[in-house]
Design a protein around this ligand. Structure first.
Ligand code: NDP
Ligand code: 2IT
Length: 443
């Protein structure tokens, strides 16, 4: 059995029930073979892969808070400090009822390679809670965030671990986290990213993940002599990533025809009205179904995903495993030529195989959605410098980073004999730098 396979089997045995974590580890280890076989002796001596799949630290804690009725509620809180070989732990905080340790370990593991690909000095981490912000008042969200930070503050800091947004965590939550961190420590420092613009946030952070997805999709098309303009695009989700992905696709002349949430999807043949989606989701915190109140001609389909429609480009921007074999086959049938993942691991490993076998250009999340954490890295730089850059300056740097990620991914794939396989390219390119740093720093 190969070294990578041995380590994978050990992961399954030692982390029972953590299915998403197994899936993410399998995806990465199965593509590292070309580099692992080259340096096997050195890696084995250093116990490199065994160390790579084990988080440096898992912090897990109780989050008690009082709801508006005066009732005490208790949630689970976590921070996975996965790997600090190339910089302080960096990664978002997910607030969603489905959150558990296995999901956060998969996200933390992915983050290690993603952050490495950005070229910025950031290690990998992820945190979260099974708290559901939906239907909660601002005061309830505030009390939850304060309680979460009462425990987390002692483990984070501008040079140790820098959390940010993810599903269920946006500017409102980051503001409450930051306020409580400052109260508890007395420090005004860049301990979180995605902050409000009035207190150290970076321009273009809100847009960064979605814009980055489009910048890399444009590079992918350019690589085959194509162009974003005129393409029909299907997007899933209607949160932070989906909205700004739609905005940039539209700006570059594509037509975005779908958005969705966990209840259903909208199809608008005239192109999604992004201002309407922003108002429904960012202002009213409503459901995507309400879009039909803004655009009467749009269609709403309950309990279905956008992938049943025909489109040239698919950008899954909701959550993990939203595209399984059935939907991957539908994408092939419906004419999808390019997939760029805004979400983390939205395709199952079986779905990835189907789209790659059918020669769909496919960019995995750790490369395609790295724009968000990249601008988080730029926010950290601005905070350290006590400066703020203009929107254009940050956006230009973001474009440069996404271009460079595309270059690394394609060149690495080619170097290791897997031309056009962006999964292998992204995994090996992200892994190389982390491996070098881990070996150099000793056990
Ligand atoms: P938001 O909370 O802003 O939006 C999430 C969207 O996805 C909502 O439309 C939500 O619908 C939908 N969704 C969430 N969970 C599910 C589910 N279980 N089934 C179906 N739909 C679901 O989150 P973001 O836009 O920030 O994050 C979306 C994805 O992008 C995640 O995978 C995240 O990890 C990834 N990502 C985010 C980055 C960021 O900067 N924010 C950076 C890189 C990746 P509903 O309201 O019905 O729950
Ligand atoms: O998955 C991700 O890359 C994020 N949620 C963003 C992390 C960050 O630190 O900005």
């Amino acid at each position: 059995m190969s070294y990578a396979n041995e380590v994978f089997e050990r992961v399954v045995k030692e982390n029972p029930g953590e299915l998403e974590f197994h899936q993410a580890v399998k995806e990465v280890l199965s593509t590292l073979e070309p580099i692992v076989s080259k340096y096997e002796k050195e890696y084995k001596e250093a116990g490199l892969l065994e160390r790579l799949v084990e988080p440096e630290r898992i912090i897990s804690f109780r989050v008690p808070w009082v709801d508006d009725k005066g009732q005490v509620q208790v949630n689970k809180g976590y921070r996975i400090q996965f790997n600090s070989a190339i910089g302080p732990y960096k990664g978002g905080i997910r607030l969603h009822p489905s959150v558990n340790q296995g999901i956060l370990k998969f996200l933390g593991f992915e983050q290690v390679f993603k952050n490495s690909l950005t070229g910025l000095p950031m290690g990998g981490g992820k945190g979260g809670s099974n708290f559901d912000p939906k239907g909660k008042s601002d005061n309830e969200v505030m009390r939850f965030c304060q309680s979460f930070m009462n425990e987390l503050y002692r483990h984070i800091g501008a040079d140790t671990d820098v959390p940010a947004g993810d599903i269920g965590t946006g500017a409102r939550e980051v503001g409450y986290f930051f306020g409580q961190y400052k109260r508890l420590t007395g420090l005004y420092e860049g301990v979180l990213t995605g902050k409000g613009l009035a207190f150290g946030g970076s321009l273009a952070r809100k847009e960064a993940t979605g814009y980055g997805v489009v910048y890399i999709a444009a590079e992918m098309l350019n690589g085959v002599g194509g162009d974003v303009a005129g393409k029909k695009v299907g997007i899933s989700g209607s949160g932070n990533v989906a909205i700004y992905c739609a905005e940039k696709f539209k700006e570059l002349g594509a037509k975005v025809v779908t958005v969705s949430d966990s209840n259903g999807y909208i199809y608008d043949e005239n192109g999604i009205n992004i201002d309407a989606v922003k108002e429904i989701k960012e202002v009213k915190r409503g459901r995507i179904k309400d879009y039909t109140n803004y655009v009467k001609s749009a269609k709403y389909v309950e309990n279905e995903k956008p992938w049943v429609e025909s489109m040239d480009i698919a950008a899954p921007c909701a959550t993990q495993n939203e595209v399984d074999e059935k939907y991957a086959n539908l994408m092939v049938k419906n004419g999808v030529k390019l997939i760029a993942e805004g979400a983390n691991m939205p395709l199952t490993n079986e779905a990835v195989k189907i789209v790659q076998d059918n020669t769909i250009l496919y960019m995995p999340g750790k490369a395609a959605n790295a724009g968000g954490v990249s601008v988080s890295g730029l926010e950290m730089s601005q905070n350290s410098l006590r400066l703020s850059w203009t929107f254009e300056e940050v956006d230009e740097r973001l474009k440069g980073i996404m271009k460079n990620i595309y270059k690394q991914v394609t060149e690495t794939a080619e170097e290791f004999g897997r031309k056009g396989d962006f999964v292998t390219g992204a995994n090996i390119a992200g892994f190389k730098k982390v491996a070098t740093a881990m070996i150099a720093q000793g056990v």
